[in-house]
Ligand binder design. Sequence first.
Ligand code: PMP
Length: 419
Amino acid sequence: MNNSAELYARSKLVTPGGVHSPVRSLQSVNEHPLFIDSAFGSQIIDVDGNSYTDYCMAFGPLILGHSDPDIHRAVSAALDNGWSYGTAEGTSLTLAELICGSIPWVESVRFVSSGTEAVMSALRLARAATGRDKVLKFSGCYHGHTDAMLIDSGSGLAETTTAGSAGITEGVLKDTLVAPLNNPDALRHIFAEHGNEIAAVIIEPLPANYGLLPQTDEFLQLLRSLSNTHNSVLIFDEVITGFRFGFRGYAEVCGVTPDLVTYGKVIGGGFPVGAFGGKREIMELTAPLGPMYQAGTMSANPIAMQAGLATLEILLNCDIYTELEEKGAYLSKQIENPAVHVQQKGSLFWLCASPAAKTIRSIDAIPDGIKTNYADLFQHCLKKGIYLPPSAYEVGFLSAAHGEAELKALAESINSFSL
Ligand code: PMP
């Protein structure tokens, strides 16, 4: 038995499924979890001493790569001053000023500790702002694990429909409306029927939790105009895309301005940070100023804030985005295996393990059988020292630390795969 297998056997005795987040079990690719010991640049090294080029990259926060030296320095220096005050402090102020000063539609921001928390708070805020109960989401979009957001969700719940989880009340189901992606008629129909009851519409402007399902700009514009007409709050969940598609995220790319936006992942540079922000008049309904209560012992933790600040300063000041765009385009061009359809935008890519004739934009257009095929592809690449996202529906992430030779090796590995 190798060390990962031994740790897994022990872990199962003390933790459900042996892991602290379901996709880490590698169950959906018919593997056992790898126990990672250390990670540098593009590489992760497991407890058995095997190195892998990592394309999962902790599911998104590590845009600069693992153990980036600038982040390391910022965090180490911050530790010298203590690591939790439960008071106001200056680092979160600097980070908030940086964000509000660079993203026009974020006039005010509140930090939390995860993407889930950010979404939960933004939805409650939208309800407070409108006095309405219902929330509209899209099937296949994942927004963290609050009750309502697990209905017709993606990520570890890709492939399940309706409630997606046990423990969700009838009340939550009643107040959650679900629309298909990329379907203007269905959207118009739902708004015609329920528009005046909808507090918030939430979408990943570039859905990336059920594969990568780019929406047309027109669809996102329609969402904006229907939200305006019905006075519903439009929330862009940019937990994956925020600070990854240029500093202003995907809202800038698609040219549609949300009322509220949620962040996670890159904003904390690999430490636990989330945020919700947006229009001042809505944000100021948040306690202590307004009636919408939201709080957190760990919110704006000074160490996590330093990691986020160091990351965002690098992203603002160095031209990493052009480089990431080029790497993404290079990778998708190099992959020439007819059995693997690649959908790529910037530094995100999805390996859809089945032929497809055109861009897939909604979950009903995903070919059958990709789960089994992808499990084989994952194992094929793992044997070649490449760690892909461990599910057919999770996207791959490129970082500043991935070099051309590594991308070439990934493409070659995929090109040598056959079913
Ligand atoms: N929203 C989106 C778009 C996400 O991709 C995720 C996590 N993958 C979340 C929300 C939840 O974030 P967290 O896991 O930090 O709670």
